[in-house]
Design a protein around this ligand. Structure first.
Ligand SMILES: C[S@@+](CC[C@H](N)C(=O)[O-])C[C@H]1O[C@@H](n2cnc3c(N)ncnc32)[C@H](O)[C@@H]1O
Length: 230
């Protein structure tokens, strides 16, 4: 790797406890039908992925066990969804939701989102969720945070003008970091007009598993909604 090369090492977990039989069955049989594979070169052809590629595209990065993604897909059947999560047990959680709810509008990229983002066509994404990304609290680990100049460049390129970038965290240092990075980037504006706009979840919000745990433990969350500038 040269000094300028991007560091794409993945620091999270890829696998947890052994999967139960039903989860393993879904991973073996349902995941191959929903898995998004990248073409050898060039941008991802959404026409090869979704029956109707003209529908809006919403992307969730690091969906955990998928409860937020599944609820959004259920509430918005006219939207195409891509969920990105390298943690197999999390993917299995989403597969259970998809199976139980009969969802047809989700595709899964079970790898690092930094591989997918550069392959999305310009202005192809309408809404991007990054909810409770790993906070990497130690200063020497800050460079692992998903909110980085490189990733923001890709998000800015892939989001359509006017598109939404929604971020949530219970980690106040990561909140400050994100405001600094995103507003300093120049391609995004922060839609908040008053404190309640970032203290309260937006309408239609679905609490993720991580959020439920954080709030139950007495933590507080912030919700940052950015818009891709025209
Ligand atoms: C703290 S968890 C939050 C999960 C979920 N969003 C929630 O709120 O319950 C962060 C998740 O991001 C995933 N993640 C970390 N880096 C990622 C990357 N580069 N691409 C995709 N997912 C990633 C992790 O595997 C993990 O599931």
């Amino acid at each position: 790797m040269t000094a300028q090369a991007t560091d794409h090492r993945f620091y999270g977990r890829r696998k947890g406890h052994p999967l139960r039989a039903w989860s393993q069955m879904l991973v073996d049989n349902l995941l191959p039908k929903l898995r998004l594979t990248l073409p050898a070169a060039g941008p991802l052809d959404l026409g090869a992925v979704f029956p109707d590629p003209s529908r809006p595209l919403w992307l969730e990065i690091g969906f955990g066990r998928g409860e937020h993604l599944a609820a959004q897909a259920m509430a918005h059947p006219q939207v195409n969804f891509i969920g990105c999560e390298p943690f197999l047990n999390g993917v299995a959680g989403l597969l259970q939701e998809i199976d139980a709810k009969g969802l047809k509008n989700i595709r899964i990229f079970d790898e690092d989102a930094r591989r997918l983002l550069p392959r999305l066509a310009d202005a192809s994404v309408d809404r991007l969720f990054l909810l409770y990304p790993d906070p990497w609290p130690k200063v020497r680990h800050h460079k692992r945070r998903f909110v980085s100049r490189d990733n923001l460049n890709e998000i800015a390129r892939a989001l359509r003008p006017g598109g939404a970038f929604l971020f949530a965290t219970d980690h106040m240092d990561y909140c400050a970091w994100t405001l600094r990075e995103v507003l300093g980037h120049g391609a995004f504006s922060w839609t908040a007009e008053e404190p309640e706009d970032w203290r309260r979840p937006p309408a239609g919000w679905v609490a993720t598993r991580y959020e439920q745990k954080a709030l139950a433990a007495g933590g507080r969350a912030v919700y940052l909604a950015f818009q891709r500038r025209p």
